[in-house]
Design a protein around this ligand. Sequence first.
Ligand code: 26M
Length: 824
Amino acid sequence: AWEKYTVPEGNDVDSIARSIVHHTTTTLARTPYNMDDFGGYQATAHSVRDKLIQDWNETQQYHTIKDPKRVYYLSLEFLLGRAMDNALLARGLKEPYTEATKQLGFKIEDLLEEERDAALGNGGLGRLAACYMDSLATLDYPAWGYGLRYTYGIFQQKIVDGYQNEVPDYWLTYDNPWELPRLDISIEVPFYGHVSKYSDENGRTRHKWEAGEIVQAVAYDVPIPGFDTNNTINIRFWSSKPRKEFDLAYFNSGDYNRAVEDQKKAENITSVLYPNDNHMVGKELRLKQQYFWVCASLHDIIRRFKKTDRPWSEFPDQVAIQLNDTHPTLAVPELMRVLVDLEGLEWDEAWNITTRTFGFTNHTVLPEALEKWSVPMLEHLLPRHLQIIFDINLFFLQTVEKTFPNDRDLLATVSIIEESQPQSVRMAFLAVIASHKVNGVAALHSQIIKDTIFAPFIKVLGPDRFTNKTNGITPRRWLHQANPDLSNLIAKKLGSFKFLKELSLLDGLSKYANDEAFQKEWMDIKYKNKVRLTNLIKERTGIEVNPNALFDIQVKRIHEYKRQFMNILGVIHRYANLKKMNAAQRKAVVPRVVIFGGKAAPGYYIAKLVIKLINSVGEKVNNDKDIGDLLKVVFIPDYNVSVAEVIIPANDISQHISTAGTEASGTSNMKFVLNGGLILGTVDGANIEIYEEIGDDQIFLFGARSEQVEDLRHVQRYRNVPMNPELQAVIHLIENGTFGESHIFQPLINTITVGKDYYLISVDFGSYLESNELVDEAFKDKKAWAQKSILCTARMGKFSSDRAIKEYAEDIWNIDPVPVPDKK
Ligand code: 26M
């Protein structure tokens, strides 16, 4: 009988309006008379959610029947941002929803603004995971994401007296329509306890882990719709709950308080996202998060595999698991434990299955970011896993010893165990040894990891284990959604929106780059986007900027290696120059708005001082009547995905100025150029490949090359090199109190003057200033600039995350698309 009762459907305006009203009265229990924009958003979101759930169901059912090899993307961070506009565009429903909400008295733009960002990530790594899920869905791959459902996402940044303050991001205050609680899917995750040995029926020694504590993992599923396809994949986020059967021992002994305490501790595990980016902190709770997530995810994957009675040897033919950085590396000993301890496989077979299953992506070479866990902590929390790690290391070192006899140094260099005090486990080495492919995220970075942190493994494992997968971004969010006017103009010119799924088609714009009428349409949209950003700046900071000025933007996490400090020092130099000019000279100046945004890790003192300095310089410059519109300095508070969607389309220039060799890839560089901006940057990360695609005339590169950095650091450290005089003058201005009490900034200045200028600001400062002048010169020629802007967008095809995901699918995962057919 079920077949004849189909779910009410209809994507016409009337049906949509009816479903919004339905959710208003039932789901929200509100009446049309007391509706505000937030209620309008919620009801609309539930209506969109209904559509997603149906596609999601179809997809999962179809995949279950086909049972193809699937890929599982394990990431502790998914920086998804808002979902509603994305879903409407993916499903081609933006127009009828715009009309339906209009008929109900709303403006859809206002409703979209009511949604809170899902901000379960720090920066590049988390946003990359989100772009990759979008591409996996759009390209019809059978894929899952696995993550943690943090109660608190990345903190909200408030600027108070120029300083960063952190406010907890309690993002689930109101219900979250974009998740489906799966209270029926729950997995028990063990911790602590001890390991015992026993003999099995074949007389073989086996290990059994008796846990000291068990926590429950409950699944929350978030559907990810593919663009213009039925495929709607799933990210499963785990939330920790106390076990239903709570500890009877406490209960019986009457220790009720202790029992409640334990329950609260369980909920703690998924409470908060660690707000460090590119920095490791060795906290036990972080390790608990990692195991909790890895254990629940693996058991879920294995449960799905076991539904089809295949032998274990086929596991790697059905399952590919990608480790997003080392954060999920405990999946390696966990899979070994399941196979050897629970399933009774021989070690060698288990190891063979494991290495064929895993792939590992490295995202950083900064030494302070490489994960190392103390052996005593691991032993306490996960006693059996520690044994397995030691066994993996033992067998590995034995094979190394066989091939390279008597090379004790080599053994110590490649050992998973670092002989520190106490010993620690090098998670990256474990991930390398346990994966059939290890990749970096841009060409230069993939070369650097082979030459530095993983160099000895080339010798031991051969060169084929290492490969490059240059990052990409989804053009759906970062062009079509963030910059609809530009997307529409491109579609008009190219004849269709096909470029959104085949980004290389943008190349068809090249032949219009010199067409004056097209240039005008193009730059009119740029101007409109700059006005939109001007309004956001006014709202959030009170600062008024001129949309005709050159918009120069650096938004990313605040970190010494990214050198926001060098940027603001350059701004001070510019300010000092302006002050020296006479009226005639000022007439020739290109007015500039220098825009910053980004969060500093709460414990990162120097990064927080950089924010303070930017705001102090802004305070001085922006209120200097003498300077007016010639220079403005803006720090946009609380940079996040939805703010990025307004900022990026408004860029003329964006800065990606890391010390060469330190930024693994960068992905915002791709977003800015895709939106018709030029890069001012160093020869680092993906900047290099962007340069190769768009050409010399479209990018301003400067500074030391990565091969020189080691020597330059040595020179900075041991020779008395005179400081660049312009930098000297700038530092003098800070020290003489031009930007407020100078003592505040002394520790920051010291990183260059007293410290060893590890990030080589004094080395690159001269060429940085020169490049900035070239930018000004180029901007004066409006026609040439428009041409460059168009060529930038036209030549960005390579940087679609679709290209990246196809490479992963073909070279690492060995999976094929499984298109979900239309409903009859
Ligand atoms: C580690 C331990 C404890 C707490 C947090 C961490 C941690 C969290 C995030 C470490 C690193 C994290 O992210 C690193 C990251 O975002 N790397 C960036 O990855 C991007 C995508 O590949 C690249 O484009 C950036 O260049 C790279 O910095």
